[in-house]
Every structure is written in C-alpha cells, then in structure tokens.
Write a protein that binds this ligand. Sequence first.
Ligand code: DHB
Length: 302
Amino acid sequence: MLKINLCGIEFRNPVFLASGIMGETGSALKRIAKGGAGAVTTKSIGLNPNPGHRNPTIVEVYGGFLNAMGLPNPGIDEYLEEIKGVRDELNRMDIRIIGSIYGKDEEEFAEVAKKMEEYVDIIELNISCPHAKGYGATIGQNPDLSYSVCKAVKKAVKVPVFAKLTPNVTDIIEIAQAVVDAGVDGLVAINTVRGMAIDIKAKKPILANKFGGLSGRAIKPIGIKVVWDLYENFDVPIIGVGGIMSGEDAIEYMMAGASAVQIGSGVYYRGYDIFKKVCDEIINFLKEENLTLKEIVGIAHE
Ligand code: DHB
C-alpha cells in the first residue's frame, strides 16, 4: 500500500531516515532499517576523515535540537567499508541506501560521488549544512556554486542525484532553479535552520561552534512552506524533511507536494521504530479517507 517509485527506483515505503542521525556506521543503518525505514540516508561523507567540531555539539531546545557537529566522518574510503558490510543485508530487506556527501568544491563533490556511486541507490548532495564555512550552505546559498556542484556530480555519476536545500536563504526558488537547471533528479527540503542558544549563567553560547542548525518540531511549518513552493515551481520529485514525528506530519508534507519524507530528530522522541509507526499511521489515514498515497501528493494545491 505504501510502495513508491522515485526516479525508477522502488521503495517499500516513503518514510526514510534523514542524514545526520544514526548514519555513521553500518550497524546503525541496520538498526534503522529494522525500524521499518524505506531507505536510510548516510551521515554526510567527505573526501577525507574529519573529526568535526569540539563539544558541546548538540543541545535540546524548545521544539527540537540545535546542533553543530562540524560534519564529522571517517572519509569516503573508510566509510565505504561500513556500507559494504551491510549493503547485501539491506538489499535483502528491500531497503534502499541514500549516500549523503559534501565537499568544498565541484571537484571534491564529484570525486566523492564517483567513489560512493557503486554502493548507493541515490546520491544526496549536502549543499546546506548551516555552519561549515566553505562547505554546505556556503555553496547552497549561492546559485552559481550550487549549479556547478550539481552539474559536476551529474556528469560524474549515473545514479539519481538529489540536492538538499537550505532554508537559510532569501529566495529558495532561485537556488532550486539553479540545481534543477544543472540536471538534478530531485530535491530534498529542508536542512536545519540556523539558530543559537546562550547559557545565561556562563554568559556565552552553549555550542562550541556558537551557533548551529535547528531541527525538530519547531521547523515543520518552515519545511511545509518550502516544499509547497518547490512543488508549485518544479516537476522533479521532492523529499520532505523537517520536524516529522507522526504519520500526520508526513501526510502534511505529502499534501504540500513531497513524494517521500525523511525523519531525523523523531528517532529520539519515538524510537528506532518510528518509521514503522509513521507508516502505520499513514496507512490508517489513507484507509479512513479512502485515498491512495499517490492521490495525496500535492493534493492541497488542487
Ligand atoms: C551538520 C550538518 C548539517 O547538514 C546540518 O544540518 C547540521 C549539522 C554537521 O555535521 O555539523
């Protein structure tokens, strides 16, 4: 009932793991797969090992989390060993892998993408991390840089390429237009929203990086509006992400125009099996309303 096809790839359901949560090791990905996800997205992986920022890197705030991990990862060569260790098992479970990557420029993005390609079903470009200077949103806030990174990766690989967008821009349509012009196969929206928290006793920012990205319930209306705008303007599939805790939240994203959704912070609030819970909640809604999944995608625009 929840099967979908994105860019010619079959997914057993449209509820995926978002990048950055439980995606650093093969065994973590397996744990999420067992929780019922239709696909798992890796932590963003770069060319070389990166220790990330100093602690504290995450703090819970009203409505979600603020984090500035600093893109910690073991580098693509070592990370591929993690994926190799679980790929066959995930395949047998009918779970797809989305490889999230980052880089400092188009050459680095293309190099990591080429190494990643053989082991994943889709490549997701992180051009939207809100606080890694020279990476992430430094690229995704600039239409020309976004275009050249997406174009270079599209040239380098055959698997579908999705660009994950940052909401920290004045006009997200301008950025989306650039990446669609570069030929990306789909859009992922949204990455975290820039934010800060201050420890009033210590009289300084809580995060070692001073500011970070806000995820969780608080950002859902921001994500819904972005997905709505993308659906109005483009014909490529959209994966909605940001503050999804329940089937109702996922359905809201789908009615705005998302074909699938990703969940990150929700794993903390509802456990590893949030994916199965959200799928069950979507199925119940569809039965009650006598609708199919296909029918609800973009239905709020009619
Ligand atoms: C990090 C990366 C992101 O894309 C994001 O939204 C938040 C944090 C990071 O690794 O710091």
